[in-house]
Each structure stands twice: as C-alpha cells, then as structure tokens.
Ligand binder design. Structure first.
Ligand code: CA
Ligand code: CA
Length: 173
C-alpha cells in the first residue's frame, strides 16, 4: 500500500466514526449512531434493548477517547485519530475491536428478531443507517455471515470490524 492509499483509507475510517460530519469524533457521534439504529428498528430508548445500545455507544466512545483523545478535550480530531487511533488499529485491531463489543452486541440484539439471531438483511439496514452506501450495504452484510448459516454472529461482526479498522501502514511509515 502506498501513502496515498493509506491516507484515503484512514480518512474513510475517520468519516465513518464522524457520523455527523462536523470534522471531529465525539460522544454525539456515538449517541447519534445509537439513535439511528433504534429508530430504524422502532426500538425505544427507554426499553432494555434501547438502553443497552446507548450504554454500548457510551462505552465505545469512552474507549475511543481513551485511545485517541490525546489532549483530553472530549473531541477526537483527524490528527488525533491518525496519530492515536490509527497506530493502535495497526498494531492490534482485535483489541481495538473489543471496545466496540458491547455496542455491537446490543445492536445485534435490536436488529435480531427475538432470539432468532441477526439476518444479513437486518445487518444491511444497520449498515445503511450508519452511513454505508445503500448499494454496498447488502453485499457487506452478506459477507458478514462468514460461516454461511444465514445468521450473523457477534464474533463474525467483531472479526469484520477488526479487519475493517486494521489498516496496514505504508512501508514508508
Ligand atoms: Ca462528529
Ligand atoms: Ca482531542
């Protein structure tokens, strides 16, 4: 990978976390993501599942801030993301993904039909409301079902998230 491709990939990851596109990642981006998922599936914020999504989003934000908010102003700038998070993502994407586990677990519960697990169709709806282009969401969601049993398991999502986040650095860095 050359530097330009690395920059482009990091920029795409930053944009994915910066849900409202205001140029920095903060708590509001995570709560906006939580609200979007709950709205998509008609789940109230007060319900147990709704509260779990918000709690997971808060834990995800706290983990992100702990890694990347170098100056402690409760905002992760692009520069902080590149210097803080990107290095961590590169060195240990699976550990990074663990900070997302409570959120992903709660989202899968909301998107799953009462204990039946989460289908690729439901996962595609989640991806769309979180900003994945509609024309890509279906294929990405289908790819999450790595064992092909028609349902998406938490470990499959975590592995995919780690792979997505684990951007290889160019040789020059
Ligand atoms: Ca933002
Ligand atoms: Ca900061």
């Amino acid at each position: 990978m050359d530097s330009a491709e690395y920059e482009r990939k990091i920029a795409a990851r930053f944009a994915a976390f910066d849900q409202d596109g205001n140029g920095y990642i903060d708590r509001e981006d995570f709560s906006a993501a939580a609200r979007a998922v709950l709205a998509e599936f008609g789940t109230t914020a007060r319900s147990d599942r709704g509260q779990a999504v918000f709690a997971g989003a808060e834990a995800f934000w706290q983990g992100m801030a702990g890694i990347a908010d170098v100056d402690g102003d409760q905002r992760v700038t692009r520069e902080e993301f590149v210097t803080g998070a990107a290095k961590r993502l590169r060195d240990n994407p699976h550990r990074f993904a663990e900070i997302a586990r409570p959120f992903l677990h709660a989202v899968l519960a909301v998107a799953g039909a009462d204990g039946a697990g989460t289908t690729p169709e439901a996962a595609a709806r989640v991806l769309r409301v979180l900003g994945t282009p509609a024309e890509l969401a279906g294929a990405v969601a289908a790819g999450l079902d790595t064992d092909g049993d028609g349902l998406i398991a938490e470990d499959e999502v975590l592995a995919a998230f780690a792979a997505y986040c684990g951007v290889e650095a160019p040789d020059a860095l």
